[in-house]
Design a protein around this ligand. Structure first.
Ligand code: NAP
Length: 488
């Protein structure tokens, strides 16, 4: 058996060995085989990452915004230059199809860096006269920010967190999911190559214990977290100890509402994109598909036809494959368990509902694209985030009913409406409790658009110019122009 490559933590512009020798395995979800090993960040690495970040901050925050912008633009262009190699790394770690990774994961990461690099020089304060005196404000960086990522879009998540943080003059210590550690390492290398000073983007590797260390650390000013609601709650509780700022990008159980007058092929495309893209492992997925009664028979017919005919599951590096493997064996089992619960609670399984062993990738963690009909709002599969390719189709009669049912969730990440009636589209969307909404569209998330959740789906936003505020703090400076009045 060939010796496995062992990756180290990325600290101060280079790879740093740990002292304990402790490593963990990274499994290729499409084969079930170990791809490589990664050293866990031990105490020495953690301390070095903090020391390095402090020195990185001293350099980076003193640079002009134009200088920072120029370097970040270089990083974005290097990401694009290395697109194919980076995308292949994401496929190896996540099991998602090359078809997607090669046109989405790296590209959308680079877009975000370009967007915030462009905005960096526009960050400004204001000034106001108060009698003869005046005050002015400065938008200053927060200091050391920590990014903690999920495993579904590893490189993109690292970019989306690093881009606004670095553009505003902060530095970042990033911990990727231990299931997908390579994207953040590659981003760190690219930052160094682009001229980002040492210590501005360090990567520490390991499981939740390393994440918990970051959330509790006094020298860290902010945590930007992407993951499950329950982990987010732990992170926020730990961050409260040192009153850190938090951005929380958490889970969803989003409604996709299809009215009778919707364009049927577009609506079917949205339901498939919103449940089967990245084999269902997307936080914004529209997993509660509400279909108005008249269009339901035609919708279901086309949905099943297209799902059974057009989805090609298999080796994710095969360019024909458009449906990949789930992240791990345990996640595959979790998704299969939800399918059993759906059946047991009386939902009708129309298609899928089982593990798959595609010929060209027989040992991967695949689950067939699965459609349940006859679902009710109370069923577990219609209430809980499954994070796999399991769609629950529900029917509805009128607008008021569907809005009430769509909002009957503690989550509020995304929502979509399909209709040709433009006034209804806006009227409905305005009443839905969700942070990311689409009308006759699904899944688009350009860097210009702020994204984040309502209710338990999160706090704060990523992307969009809004996000600059979350990575700066305001200093107000009052300037006295007259002799100081004093009773003493
Ligand atoms: P997760 O289990 O919550 O893990 C997220 C990250 O937190 C991982 O890096 C994890 O490390 C780390 N972690 C675990 N325990 C921690 C602790 N006590 N303190 C600090 N960090 C800790 O989530 P996941 O399974 O990776 O990702 C799937 C979830 O992410 C889904 O719920 C999905 O909806 C959500 N998500 C949301 C968005 C969004 O933008 N709203 C985007 C993508 C994904 P290890 O995994 O290495 O242990």
């Amino acid at each position: 058996m060939p010796t496995l490559v062992v990756y180290q933590n990325y600290v101060h512009g280079q790879y740093m060995p740990n002292g304990t020798g402790e490593t963990f395995e990274v499994i290729n979800p499409a084969t079930g085989q170990v791809s490589y090993l990664v050293e866990r960040a031990d105490e020495a690495v953690q301390q070095a990452a903090i020391n390095s970040a402090k020195s990185g901050f001293a350099t980076w925050s003193k640079m002009t915004a134009i200088e920072r912008s120029r370097i970040l633009l270089k990083a974005a262009s290097l990401l694009r230059e290395h697109n194919d190699e980076l995308a292949a790394g994401e496929v190896l770690d996540t099991g998602k199809p090359w078809q997607e990774a090669s046109v989405v994961d790296v590209v959308t990461g680079a877009d975000s860096i370009e967007f915030f690099a462009g905005l960096a020089p526009s960050i400004e304060g204001n000034q106001q006269q108060v009698g003869d005196d005046f005050y002015y404000t400065r938008r200053e960086p927060l200091g050391i920010c920590a990014g903690i990522g999920a495993w579904n879009y590893p490189l993109q998540i690292a970019c989306w967190k690093a881009a606004p943080a670095l553009a505003c003059g902060n530095v970042m210590i990033f911990k990727p999911s231990e299931e997908t550690p390579s994207g953040a390492m590659r981003l760190a290398e690219i930052f160094t190559l682009a001229g980002v000073p040492n210590g501005v983007f360090n990567v520490v590797q390991g499981d939740g214990r390393v994440g918990a260390w970051l959330t509790g650390h006094e020298d860290i000013a902010k945590i930007s977290f992407t993951g499950e609601v329950t982990t987010g709650q732990k992170v926020m509780a730990a961050a409260a100890g040192s009153l850190k700022e938090v951005t929380m990008e958490l889970g969803g159980k989003s409604p996709l509402i299809i009215f009778n007058d919707a364009d049927i092929e577009n609506a079917v495309s949205a339901a498939m994109l919103g449940n089967f893209y990245t084999q269902g492992e997307v936080c914004t997925n529209g997993t509660r598909v509400f279909v108005q009664k008249d269009i339901y028979p035609r919708f279901i017919k086309r949905l099943v036809e297209r799902t059974e005919q057009n989805i090609i599951c298999g080796d994710p590096m095969n360019t024909d494959t458009n449906f990949g493997a789930l992240i791990s064996k345990s996640h595959q089992q979790k998704v299969l368990d939800y399918i059993e619960i759906g059946k047991a609670q009386g939902a009708t399984l129309l298609t899928g509902g089982k593990a798959l062993q595609p010929e060209n990738s027989p040992h991967g963690f695949f689950v067939a694209p699965t459609i349940f009909t006859g679902c009710t709002d109370q069923m577990t599969i219609a209430k809980e985030e499954i994070f796999g390719p399991v769609m629950s189709v529900l029917t509805f009669s009128d607008e008021e009913e569907v809005i009430r049912r769509a909002n009957d969730s503690r989550l509020g990440l995304a929502a979509a409406v399909f209709t040709q009636d433009i006034t209804r589209a806006h009227r409905v969307i305005h009443q839905l409790q969700a942070g990311i909404c689409w009308i006759n569209a699904f899944g688009a998330s350009p860097a210009e658009m702020p994204v984040g959740g309502y209710k338990m789906s999160g706090i704060g936003r990523e992307n969009g110019s809004e996000t600059l505020k979350a990575y700066t703090q305001i200093k107000a400076v009052y300037v006295g122009m007259m002799p100081l009045e004093s009773p003493f």
